[in-house]
Write a protein that binds this ligand. Structure first.
Ligand SMILES: NC(=O)c1ccc[n+]([C@@H]2O[C@H](COP(=O)([O-])OP(=O)(O)OC[C@H]3O[C@@H](n4cnc5c(N)ncnc54)[C@H](OP(=O)(O)O)[C@@H]3O)[C@@H](O)[C@H]2O)c1
Length: 337
């Protein structure tokens, strides 16, 4: 690295509260990066990949109880993967591959203790997806909140996305019958033909309520919901007695103007003695290693498959993020810098 390098980055420029995220919510900056001044224990990382997550919408809005403290002008937060190019930490020598909260920028300076080593992995980017936040979210949401039993019927929305595709496969591994809801024939084909889902509903061309009546005549035991809105409402109309409705996210509402669309069929929770519960993956941090071990084992023995959808170029980050919110991706969305 030369003495002074330019660090290119995206910063928060707008707060998309009760409206869709727009390109103007991000501003481009080029700042000089001095090649000195690492505090003891810090590393400087040249970021190669950024993880794009729908949860960033909530972070930009600064939703209370979710994330706080982000200011206009801050580097857009995100997990990333990169190579250590300068180090003041013995445990992360120059050349190590690490993941951490590096943000939408080319170079990040971070405490080594807040990074995870990725050098030993066959596919280091997996730590941003199937072995990272989205895989862990699928694991804890499905196993801890959904608690599926063999033979039960599990429905997953956003089923061809990063989290949904893993949640559905874990339900299959648990011995359940799994129905995925996704947008478009290609996504439906992928989850049934390659991931082993038992059935798929293309919510863009089919009636979810009608198809569920055919595919799950005895009702839905576990619903892992990434989407909210109308799809949540339609699945609520088909829940089985003692069903568990796992609220992972509500992406159909993130880009809407005004108030969120609430479910009108929620009284079925009373009639069917069912439970609806939200969760946040970060609350399970003390069990991440154990869960990662199980996910890695399933990847190794071929029971779990994953796919990465890679966009290119830091300058394209806002467009790639907005595209993912609209469903451009199959599997985990990454941006390669
Ligand atoms: N609770 C937690 O701790 C936690 C952690 C991580 C993520 N999440 C949540 O998990 C969900 C999935 O996140 P992800 O990172 O795995 O993203 P993702 O599913 O890989 O990508 C988003 C997907 O959402 C779908 N979508 C967009 N608009 C939709 C609409 N109006 N109706 C139905 N589907 C729509 C699109 O698929 P289609 O083409 O099928 O529409 C798109 O591919 C999000 O709601 C996110 O907020 C929660």
């Amino acid at each position: 690295m030369s003495k002074t390098t330019t660090n290119r980055q995206w910063r928060i420029a707008g707060r998309p509260v009760k409206r869709a995220v727009a390109p103007e919510d991000f501003s481009w900056a080029e700042v000089p990066l001095e090649d000195s001044g690492l505090a003891p224990g810090e590393v400087r990382v040249r970021v190669s990949h950024i993880s794009l997550n729908p949860g960033l919408k909530g972070q930009l809005e600064s939703i209370a109880g979710y994330v706080t403290g982000l200011q206009t002008g801050d580097v857009v937060p995100s997990q990333g993967l990169g190579e250590v190019v300068a180090s003041a930490a013995e445990e992360r020598p120059v050349g190590s591959l690490v993941i951490g909260n590096f943000g939408w920028q080319e170079y990040a300076t971070a405490p080594a203790a807040e990074t995870d080593l990725a050098s030993n992995l066959k596919q280091p980017t997996a730590l941003l997806g199937v072995l990272g936040a989205t895989g862990l979210t699928a694991y804890f949401g499905l196993t801890d909140i959904g608690r599926p039993s063999p033979g039960e019927t599990v429905v997953v929305s956003g089923a061809a996305g990063a989290t949904g595709s893993v949640a559905g496969q874990i339900a299959r591994i648990a011995g359940c019958r799994v129905i995925g809801i996704a947008g478009g024939a290609d996504k439906c084909r992928w989850i049934t033909e390659e991931l082993g889902f038992d059935a798929a509903i293309d919510y863009k061309s089919e009636s979810v309520r009608k198809r569920l009546a055919e595919l799950a005549p005895a009702g839905v035991d576990v619903f892992f919901d990434n989407v909210g809105g109308q799809i949540l409402d339609e699945v609520l109309s088909r829940i089985a007695p003692k069903a568990r409705v796992v609220i992972c996210g509500g992406i159909s509402q993130y880009q809407r103007e005004g108030r969120n669309q609430g479910p009108s069929n929620y009284m079925n929770l009373v009639f069917r003695r069912a439970r609806m519960e939200g969760f946040y993956c970060g609350d399970y941090a003390d069990r991440f290693d154990q869960a990662r071990g199980r996910l890695a084992g399933w990847l190794e023995d071929g029971r779990l498959k994953h796919r990465e959808y890679v966009e290119n170029g830091l300058e394209n980050a806002p467009a790639a993020f907005i595209g993912m919110l609209a469903g451009a991706n199959v599997g985990k969305t990454l941006l390669k810098i």
